[in-house]
Design a protein around this ligand. Structure first.
Ligand code: BES
Ligand code: MN
Ligand code: MN
Length: 456
């Protein structure tokens, strides 16, 4: 067996053990109670880079630290920047987990833990791909930089500021991101589009305290009802978003792009079954994959109002709030949409209710041309490791900084997702297939040589 192959086989179990160590650190960036753990997760990563002989840095920010590491030792070869995130989503509902989220457990060839797929497991494949090459060949065929953030899951802007101020240090030819999915089991993919997002919280306040719903019901506006009514008007019966101008800049696909979407072997019945719903629903006039990847959407992500405990409590709550998100597609401007949305909410807020709406800066959707020598190189690495050619697909999720990184650095984005749709990212029982983990490490080890052949 060639050296690289035997190195990967002999060390496979150790790779899993190391990933498990990392997964034990509860780096939940959205929850301030975990701030020390988030930092520990970053430090663990720095330590890994040190062992790989990278020069690495824990960069302090106003929020969670950034991790930067580089090994620049191939003077005439391209430079690759690998982006990822070391933070994870909150774990609730905790009682829905079969084994605790921060006690990584292998069942049925899958590794269960929060962050197993999103994104620690996927990102770690590149550290091990690099390690395998260094251990078997002694040097890297390309220059590699890693920039890993700890605020991806909580919309922090530490990385935006870092990019603004230190963009020059990040100069690169292409940008490798493994934080998305394959098309299906046994069918790897290269992601050619991501949706953008705006996320906000709408709060309505009515009476100065919770009121008896019998003594006072029928005399004033119930903030929870007002919230339901307002949210319901944001969509019409065709599931189109009613914010004025919302669709003005939405890109339409070329015939070729539509054909490529339709050619993907997507099984709607299996999709619905796996999600446990009897029918699918969404914007009229588009296929399921179209609605998932290339059309914008509105969702309610959390609703809070009134009594949440056991049994009855007859009240009119004093306040009600909703966390809402819009997924955006390329060309839609998040700032413009946030402004239009705020105006619309003000306009439909009933009298007697005080409303506040707060939203982050949002992030735009992005698309990647599948026709580039970088993509071809990545496709070849994936084909060799997975034994099938990757298909080109899009994703409905968002990785906020990627569009900015690739624009600002003028670097070709390579979105090489190793996950699966049923990995339960952001859900209870998140998992990552160990077979995919090891194939992805192999693909990563091949990737650096394939990229080295591209003329920068
Ligand atoms: N890795 C995901 C993005 C993703 C999910 C890509 C599914 C492709 C398929 C990422 O960690 C994520 O969850 N992003 C958030 C961003 C938000 C918190 C600003 C998202 O999409 O909700
Ligand atoms: Mn992610
Ligand atoms: Mn995520």
């Amino acid at each position: 067996m060639p050296k690289l192959e035997s190195y990967l086989t002999e060390n496979a179990e150790r790779f899993e053990k190391e990933l498990c160590q990392w997964l034990k650190i509860p780096s939940v960036s959205a929850d301030s109670r975990y701030v020390d753990e988030v930092r520990r997760s970053a430090k663990w990563l720095v330590d890994q880079f040190d062992r790989l002989g990278f020069s690495s840095d824990l960069i302090a920010t106003e929020g969670h630290p950034l991790v930067y590491a580089e090994r620049l030792e191939a003077p005439d070869a391209p430079t690759v920047l690998v982006y990822g995130h070391y933070d994870v989503q909150p774990v609730d509902p905790l009682d829905a987990w079969t084994t605790p989220p921060f006690e990584p457990t292998i069942r049925d060839g899958k590794l269960f833990a929060r962050g197993a797929s999103d994104d620690k497991g996927q990102l770690f494949t590149h550290l091990k791909g690099v390690e395998a090459l260094l251990q078997t060949e002694g040097h890297l065929p390309v220059n590699i930089k890693f920039l890993i953030e700890g605020e991806e899951e909580s919309e922090g802007n530490a990385i935006d500021e870092y990019l603004e101020e230190n963009g020059d240090d990040l100069a690169c030819d292409c940008l490798v991101v493994s934080d998305s999915s394959q098309f299906g089991p046994g069918q790897p993919a290269i992601t050619c589009g991501l949706r953008g997002i705006i996320y906000g919280e709408l709060t309505l306040e009515g009476p100065n305290r919770d009121l008896h719903s019998g003594a006072f019901g029928g005399t004033l506006t119930n903030p929870a009802i007002a919230l339901c009514e307002m949210l319901a008007t944001l969509r019409d019966e065709k599931r189109r978003i009613t914010i004025p101008g919302f669709y003005d800049d939405v890109e339409t696909l070329s015939e070729k792009e539509n054909r490529q979407l339709d050619e993907l072997p997507f099984d709607e019945t299996h999709y619905a079954e796996e999600l446990g719903v009897s029918v699918l629903d969404g914007e009229t006039g588009y296929t399921t994959l179209g609605r998932r990847w290339v059309r914008p959407t509105f969702d309610i992500c959390g609703l809070t109002a009134g009594y949440q405990g056991e049994g009855n409590k007859t009240i009119i709550p004093a306040r009600a709030s909703a966390k809402i998100s819009f997924r955006l597609v390329p060309n839609q401007d998040p700032q413009k949409i946030i402004a239009a949305l705020s105006d619309q909410l003000q306009a439909i807020c009933p009298p007697g209710i005080r409303m506040t709406f707060s939203a982050g800066v949002g992030s735009p959707g992005m698309r990647v041309s599948p026709e580039s020598p970088w993509i071809e190189a990545a496709a070849e690495a994936i084909r060799r490791a997975f034994d099938v050619r990757p298909v080109f697909m899009r994703e409905g999720g968002s990785i906020p900084i990627v569009a900015q990184l690739s624009e600002k650095l003028k670097a070709a984005p390579l979105l090489l997702g190793w996950g699966q749709d049923d990995d339960n990212i952001h859900s209870p029982n998140e998992k990552f297939s160990l077979a995919d983990f090891h194939r992805a490490i192999r693909a990563s080890a091949y990737l650096w040589h394939e990229l080295a052949k591209v003329k920068a």
